[in-house]
Design a protein around this ligand. Structure first.
Ligand code: CUA
Length: 318
């Protein structure tokens, strides 16, 4: 099944002003109100400056004092207090957890990728990485933590950012509304590849989301021809399974991203490269050139047919 019907060929733009969720819409509204307020205040200040230049000489001391106190103390106090309470009025909704029965997703940041686990109603959880699928039109509760340093989880089109802190669980509620593909990023400097720590977000209509989740819960497709069989054998003999998990095989590593449905993902290396066999070949042989500071070693000395088999095997994991 093709898990990602949206925009396979284009990178989604990342803008907090192109909103597709209620949290982001509130932030955008706050931004526009602040900008409008700033424009009005700027116009008044410039107007006064022009007036002072236009009418030089002595001004009436009483009205000057009133202007300084009124414009310098009273007005900023009133305006800033108003904006403060306007901003605070958004908080109660953000703090209210998603309703009972909403999808809960655990995400932890690691240098430089994202571990994602969807909680199922029966208590199990389905692990994936670097790509998050969401249902449109309902609230989703995220539980956020980190495996090493502080990262920050941010999907600009859907809502605000929340820090991911080691040995602490922060929460975030998002309410995506428009199906489509969006870009998420790490918003806290975390090391050499901080700027290469992104993820894809795909928002589906509910019934499609259910099918995607059921698909993700399945173990990996077994290899079905000599090349993918050779690829699986190479994956296991090279020791990839020490770090990566592929459910349904002996590969059960926990240090790196789960690869059970790697072939269906939109990108490689946490939003770094589009997921094509060509790019995967580059990734496996030149990880450090593509992503400085990445934990995965570059496999530079693979035989050509071994590399081909490995790429074919990983891409068939749909
Ligand atoms: Cu993770 Cu910046």
């Amino acid at each position: 099944m093709n898990l990602n019907p949206f925009g396979m060929n284009s990178l989604p733009s990342q803008s907090a002003l192109e909103t597709a969720g209620s949290g982001a819409a509130q932030i955008a509204q706050l931004f526009y109100v602040m900008v409008a307020g700033a424009v009005v205040i700027w116009a008044v200040v410039i107007g006064l400056a022009v007036y002072a230049l236009w009418r030089p000489g002595r001004h009436d001391p009483r009205s000057t004092r009133l202007l300084v106190i009124g414009g310098g103390a009273v007005m900023p106090t009133v305006v800033l207090t108003g904006l403060l309470f306007y901003g605070l009025s958004f908080l109660p909704e953000l703090q209210r957890p998603a309703p009972e029965g909403s999808q809960v997703i655990d995400v932890s940041g690691a240098r430089f990728w994202w571990r994602v686990a969807y909680r199922l109603p029966d208590g199990r959880s389905v692990e994936a990485a670097n790509e998050i699928h969401l249902p449109a039109g309902e609230a989703v509760e995220f539980k956020l933590t980190s495996e090493d340093v502080i990262h920050s989880f941010w999907i600009p089109s859907l809502g605000g950012k929340v820090d991911m802190i080691p040995s602490r669980e922060n929460r975030l509620k998002l309410h995506p509304q428009v199906p489509g593909r969006y870009r998420g990023v790490c918003a806290e400097f975390c090391g050499a590849s901080h700027a290469h720590m992104a993820f894809d977000v795909v928002v589906h209509p509910r019934e499609r989301f259910d099918r995607v989740l059921a698909e993700l819960a399945q173990p990996a497709t077994p290899p079905e021809d000599p090349q993918t069989r050779a690829g699986q054998a190479a994956f296991l003999s090279l020791g990839c399974g020490a770090c990566h998990q592929i459910r349904g095989t002996q590969a059960a590593g926990r240090l790196g991203p789960d690869l059970t449905h790697f072939g269906s993902r939109l990108s490689i290396g946490a939003g770094e490269l589009r997921n094509t066999p060509e790019n995967l070949r580059h990734w496996i042989t030149r990880t450090h050139d593509i992503k400085p500071g990445v934990e995965m070693p570059a496999f530079e000395n693979l035989e050509a047919d071994e590399l081909e088999a490995l790429v074919a095997y990983l891409e068939h994991l749909r």
